[in-house]
Design a protein around this ligand. Structure first.
Ligand SMILES: Nc1ncnc2c1ncn2[C@@H]1O[C@H](COP(=O)(O)OP(=O)(O)O)[C@@H](O)[C@H]1O
Ligand SMILES: Nc1ncnc2c1ncn2[C@@H]1O[C@H](COP(=O)(O)OP(=O)(O)O)[C@@H](O)[C@H]1O
Ligand code: SF4
Ligand SMILES: [Mg+2]
Ligand SMILES: [Mg+2]
Lengths: 268, 268
C-alpha cells in the first residue's frame, strides 16, 4: 500500500489534483482511497458528484462507538473510496481535530486494508495540530506539495517542507516532490523548478491552468471523467504514473524567507 | 480606544491594507498600534521597513517573565506602534498559540494604553485556537473581513462571519464590514456588494488591484509613505476615515455553501 499525501496552501488545487490523480489510478485498475483532511470538507466532491454528507467527525458525534466503515467510506467515480475527515465549527476547538479523530477511527475500524493507494488531501496553511498528523505519525510516507509560482503559495510550501524535515527523524514521511499547479505567473515553471531543487526535491509535474478544470468542476466531475481524451486528462495520468513509480523521496532543506523573496523577485 | 480587527484568507491583503490604514490614521494625528496575528509574522513589515525581529513569543521564550514592553512594541512609520505575536515552528503545537500568549502578555504589561486605535491583523483560513481569540475574548470589537471576489476568499470570509456570529452573545465583537481587495475578478464589486448584504453587513471599500502596492512593497513601505499623492493612497485614507466613523456594527448572518457557490456562479 502506497500512502501519499498532498499538502499545499488552501485554494491552490490540492483536491482537484488529488481527485484527478485518484480517478486516473482507479482507471488503471488500482484500488484507491482518498481521504480529505481540510476544513472545506470537499476533497472528494468531484469523485462523489456532490459534497460528502457524512464526514467521520459527523458520524463520531452522532454514533459514538457505533460508527461503521460503511458510514464513513463512500464509493465514487471508478470505484474510488472516499472519506472526509470533517472538523469542528469555525471558532470552536481545533480545526485539525477532525483529522486526528478521523485517522484514529479509520485505523480502529481497519477501514482501509486492501487499497493499493491511500491519498491524503491536507490543508497546508497552518501545519499544526491535526494538520501535521499525516506527516508526524507516519500515516503518509510520500508527501507531495501542490504549489503555484505565487509567493504566498511558495511560502506555505516552504513551511510544509519545514514540517516534513522536522519529523523526518521520527517518522517515515519524506518529500516526493513539488506538483506545480499553474496560476499563469511569469516564468512559473522555471521558478518552481529552482524552488524544488533548493528544497532538495524536484518539480514532478507542471499542470496547466486549464478551462476544462472549471468546466468539469461545475458539473462536479474530474477532468478524467468529463474529458477523458483531453490533454489535461493526460497531464493528470502522467502525474499518477509518476507517483506510482517514484522512489526518490528526500528530506527537504527548507529555505529562509529572504531566499524565498529573492527567488520570487528573480523570476517575477 | 477603538479596537479593530482585520480578518481574511491568507494572502488576500490583510497586512498591506492594515499597514496602509494604520499609516493613514497616524498621518491624521491618531495614536495607533498594529498587532500582527498571523504565522507569517510580517504584518508590520511595511511600517518597520523590515520583518519584525522580535515577536512577543520570541521574547517570552527568551526572557520569560522579564519581557518588557520595549522588547515587543516597536515604532514604525509615522509613529505607528508595531507588535508581532509570533508563533511556534511549523508542525509544532498550535499555530494560534503565539496569539494567545502575546495578547495575554500585552495585557499584563499594560503595553497599549493611550492609543486611539488598536488594529489586529489576523489570519482567517482557520478560525480556531488563538485565531479566534480576538473575536471570542473581546480584544476586538470592530471586525472587518478583507476579501476578493474569488470563491476561496468568500468561503473563508463566510467562515469568519460564522465565528463572529457564534460569539456575538458572549463577547462584544461585531462585523463592521467587508473590505473588498480586488483580484480583478469579473463583476467583482457587485459580487462583493451582494455578498456583504447577504451577510447582513456592507462593502465598506473596494480597493483596486494597483501596481503602486507592489512597488511600495518591494521597498518595504506603505503606499501612504511612498506615493502619498496617489489615488491608491486616497483609497486607503478613505477606508481609514470610514473605520474611524463607522458605528454600523452587526451580527452577521453566514450563508450556506450552496448559496456561496450560486452567488459565485451568478457573477462569474
Ligand atoms: N489546473 C487548474 N486549472 C484551472 N483551475 C484549477 C486548476 N486546479 C485547480 N483549479 C481551481 O482552483 C480552485 C481551487 O482548487 P481546489 O482543488 O479546491 O484547492 P484546494 O483543495 O487546494 O483548496 C477550484 O475552483 C479549482 O477548480
Ligand atoms: N490592492 C492591492 N493591489 C496589488 N497588490 C496587492 C494589493 N493588496 C495586497 N497586494 C499584494 O498581495 C500580497 C499579499 O498581501 P498581504 O497583505 O501580505 O496578505 P495577507 O496579510 O492577507 O496574507 C502582497 O504581495 C501584496 O503586495
Ligand atoms: S493546533 Fe492549529 S488547527 Fe488546532 S487550534 Fe491550534 S491553530 Fe487551530
Ligand atoms: Mg481542497
Ligand atoms: Mg499578513
Amino acid at each position: 500500500m502506497k500512502k501519499v499525501a498532498f499538502y499545499g496552501k488552501g485554494g491552490i488545487g490540492k483536491s482537484t489534483t488529488a481527485a484527478n490523480v485518484s480517478a486516473a489510478l482507479a482507471e488503471k485498475g488500482h484500488l484507491v482511497c482518498q481521504i480529505g483532511c481540510d476544513p472545506k470538507n470537499d476533497s472528494t466532491r468531484l469523485l462523489l458528484g456532490k459534497a460528502c454528507a457524512q464526514t467521520v467527525l459527523d458520524m463520531v458525534r452522532q454514533n459514538g462507538d457505533e460508527v461503521t466503515t460503511e458510514q464513513v467510506v463512500h464509493t465514487g467515480f471508478a470505484g474510488v473510496k472516499c472519506v472526509e475527515a470533517g472538523g469542528p465549527e469555525p471558532g470552536v476547538g481545533c480545526a485539525g481535530r477532525g483529522i486526528i479523530v478521523a485517522l484514529e477511527k479509520l485505523k480502529l475500524l481497519q477501514a482501509i486494508t486492501d487499497e493499493h493507494f491511500v491519498l491524503y488531501d491536507v490543508l497546508g496553511d497552518v501545519v499544526c495540530g491535526g494538520f501535521a498528523v499525516p506527516i508526524r505519525e507516519g500515516y503518509a510516507t510520500d508527501i507531495y506539495i501542490v504549489s503555484s509560482g505565487e509567493l504566498m503559495s511558495l511560502y506555505a510550501a516552504n513551511n510544509i517542507a519545514k514540517g516534513v524535515a522536522r519529523f523526518s527523524g521520527r517518522g517515515r514521511a519524506r518529500l516526493g516532490g513539488i506538483i506545480g499547479n499553474s496560476r499563469n505567473i511569469a516564468n512559473e515553471r522555471e521558478l518552481l523548478c529552482e524552488f524544488a531543487e533548493k528544497l532538495n526535491t524536484r518539480l514532478v509535474a507542471f499542470i496547466p491552468h486549464d478551462r476544462s478544470v472549471q468546466q468539469a468542476e461545475i458539473r462536479r466531475k474530474t477532468v478524467i471523467e468529463l474529458a477523458p481524451h483531453s490533454r489535461q486528462a493526460d497531464v493528470y495520468r502522467r502525474l499518477a504514473d509518476y507517483i506510482v513509480e517514484n522512489t526518490a523521496l528526500t528530506v527537504p532543506t527548507p529555505m529562509s524567507l529572504a531566499e524565498l523573496e529573492e527567488l520570487s523577485l528573480t523570476y517575477g
